[in-house]
Design a protein around this ligand. Structure first.
Ligand code: ATP
Ligand code: MG
Ligand code: MG
Length: 587
């Protein structure tokens, strides 16, 4: 049986450490080739993992699973997790994405600066594009050893000759070019002598392999494109499946963990690294790839293409819109890093694909916020309550606990005055059965204050209640002796009208109304929830005026709210609803 908090990958790491598989590694302080490694010291890191996003979009909740897995393994096994930007594809990558990814990983609580007990400092932030020179050299070595050739077939011919699952592929007519010819052509590709797409460098493996990924996969293509790191230095770029194993090997990664769709690429990963070790460019022990099931979450889309579409077509306000499942959006929404940790622990890591219900994610956030968030009072849909027998200019202190589970956090003062704001739904002129709040002639407790008796109400021309009148019972103040001599069933919250902080509050709901947006041939955009945000003007207790951006609170009886990171200014925060107290989507 796998112990709690464990998973199959941890079992593999345990076994590798026990057998000393990676004990002989050398670490020269920065990625290098075999010669470089030979000059290194024994690696102080027991294991090396990596989190390798491509900087072509913002990170999302799915990436958090990979972040907690990779950084979590390194933390728990006295290893290092490399923060690596997989930026070998020149298009669609940008500094904005690099910055947002960096921010999000740090926000989740991870970093890449480490000081070893001997005092050596290690920074493990890497950019794969820094290895282009090595990758080029590796490609030439494959050619020299007869493991790669330049193909002149068109993309269409290559596709046809690749074969199918049931039919072997056909060798390219260019497969038997000599080493000298291949080397000359590849250098011409590098030197800009050939048009984009006209020639391609392919590995020479087996066109009859039952694994289509081993039918001479492409490793370098001609592509005239500006690269955000290397500028116009290169007009040939390595393919992802060629670049990624090399990145892992140069960085001395031990356990390279990726999602299941790369399972069929593993034989090529191993093939390539073995060939480069034979050529003397890499040293054993080589990294090994392991696959786990990606996170699939209901009510959201996690595909970069769809997220980009939502942002570019302005269905949301930007990458950090609080309704998006991006980590930047989640942060503005008020979801917290500790909640992500709880969530990733709870869903675990396995090799079986499955769907996780969005409510599981929200429950984790509720659980963490319930412990961490102080309580405050907010009236979201205000109507006036006038205590007619309360002196007009009197201000009286009432005391509200900051956290029912943490008495050590103390109490704060909330002022009580003659005119208050209460919640519209806390008054019913004609009560329905089981309604125990404010009703004509009924008694209710003003939470942390007095028991009041409702006397009458005023309405506007349309019959909407605008003001409720009541009288208070002077001997019933909460926390005073005998305060509970009058028994009431209802208890409502309120804020002093004179002191209230009138404030913009955004009530967010799910961005999609369907559990599987775009299922079947539906356009996913048609599944957008038209009521995913409601902006209201609320009356908040005065202390909330001092809230700082990103402070989270439970607004009693309503849910968890956060001072918006972007739109809050000092002394004038605006609030986003993170999650309601209970799940309103439970069917
Ligand atoms: P692309 O849409 O460009 O293929 P990607 O989803 O593969 O993007 P990357 O930026 O390449 O995103 O991902 C970085 C890492 O995050 C990868 O190692 C990948 O395995 C992991 N990852 C991405 N999506 C998920 C997910 N839904 N669940 C778990 N891990 C994920
Ligand atoms: Mg990817
Ligand atoms: Mg993807």
């Amino acid at each position: 049986p796998i112990p709690l908090g464990s998973n199959f990958i941890r079992a593999i790491v345990d076994k590798d450490l026990e057998q000393g598989v990676y004990a002989s590694r050398k670490w020269a302080g920065s990625p290098g080739d075999a010669a470089h490694q030979a000059t290194g010291q024994p690696d102080p890191a027991k294991i090396r993992t990596r989190f390798p996003p491509e900087p072509n979009g913002y990170l999302h909740i799915g990436h958090a699973k990979s972040i907690f897995l990779n950084f979590g393994l390194a933390r728990d096994y006295n290893g290092v997790c490399h923060m690596r930007f997989d930026d070998t594809n020149p298009e669609k990558e940008s500094q904005e994405y690099v910055d947002s990814i960096t921010d999000s990983v740090k926000w989740l609580g991870f970093g890449w600066e480490k000081t070893w007990p001997e005092g050596n400092k290690e920074s493990s932030l890497y950019f794969a594009s820094n290895y282009f020179d090595f990758m080029y050299r590796a490609a030439e070595a494959l050619i020299e050893n007869g493991h790669a050739y330049v193909d002149s077939q068109s993309a269409e011919e290559m596709r046809i000759n690749r074969g199918t699952l049931t039919e072997a592929g056909k060798n390219s007519p260019w497969r038997d070019r000599t080493v000298a010819e291949n080397l000359a052509l590849f250098r011409e590709m590098r030197d800009g002598k050939h048009a984009d797409g006209s020639l391609i460098l392919r590995s020479k493996i087996d066109m009859a392999s039952p694994n289509i990924n081993l039918r001479d996969p492409a490793i370098y293509r001609v592509r005239r494109a500006h690269h955000h790191n290397t500028g116009d230095k290169w007009c040939i770029y390595p393919m992802y499946t060629f670049a990624h194993p090399i990145e892992d090997a140069l960085e001395q990664v031990t356990h390279s963990i990726c999602t299941l769709e790369f399972e069929d690429q593993r034989p090529f990963y191993d093939w390539l690294l073995e060939r480069l070790a034979e050529a003397g460019l890499l040293a054993h022990p080589l990294p090994k790839q392991y696959e786990f099931a990606r996170l699939n979450l209901t009510y959201v889309v996690l595909s970069k293409r769809k997220l980009i579409q939502l942002v570019e077509e302005k269905h949301v306000s930007g990458w950090d819109d609080p309704r998006l499942p991006t980590l930047a959006g989640a942060r503005r929404r008020g979801y917290v890093a500790e909640g992500f940790k709880l969530f990733t622990d709870r869903i675990g890591v396995s090799k079986a694909d499955s769907w996780i219900d969005y409510s599981t994610f929200e429950d984790c956030m509720r659980e963490v916020l319930n412990i961490n968030a102080e309580r405050r009072i907010a009236v979201l849909d205000p109507i006036k309550l006038v205590i007619d027998n309360y002196p007009e200019n009197q201000v009286e202190d009432c005391f509200a606990p900051n956290h029912p589970l943490k008495p050590e956090l103390g109490k704060r003062v909330v002022p009580l005055t003659r005119e208050l704001w209460i919640e519209r739904e806390d008054f019913m002129e004609v009560p329905s059965k089981g309604f125990f709040r404010l009703v004509p002639d009924g008694l209710v407790r003003l939470r942390y204050g007095y028991v009041v008796k409702c006397t009458s109400c005023e309405k506007d021309a349309d019959g909407n209640v605008t003001v409720v009148h009541c009288e208070y019972l002077p001997d019933t103040k909460s926390g005073t002796p005998g305060s509970d001599s009058v028994k009431v069933k209802g208890n409502i919250h309120w804020v002093s009208a004179q002191h209230a902080y009138e404030c913009e509050v955004r009530l967010y709901d799910r961005l999609f109304k369907e559990a599987h947006p775009g299922e079947g041939d539906r356009d996913f955009l048609t599944d957008i929830n038209p009521n995913s945000v409601t902006v209201i003007t609320a009356q908040l207790e005065p202390s909330l005026k001092d809230a700082k951006a990103e402070d989270s609170f439970q607004f009693e009886r309503h849910g968890y709210f956060v001072a918006d990171k972007k739109d809050s200014v000092a002394g004038k925060p605006v609030f986003n609803r993170t999650v309601t107290l209970k799940d309103a989507w439970q069917k």
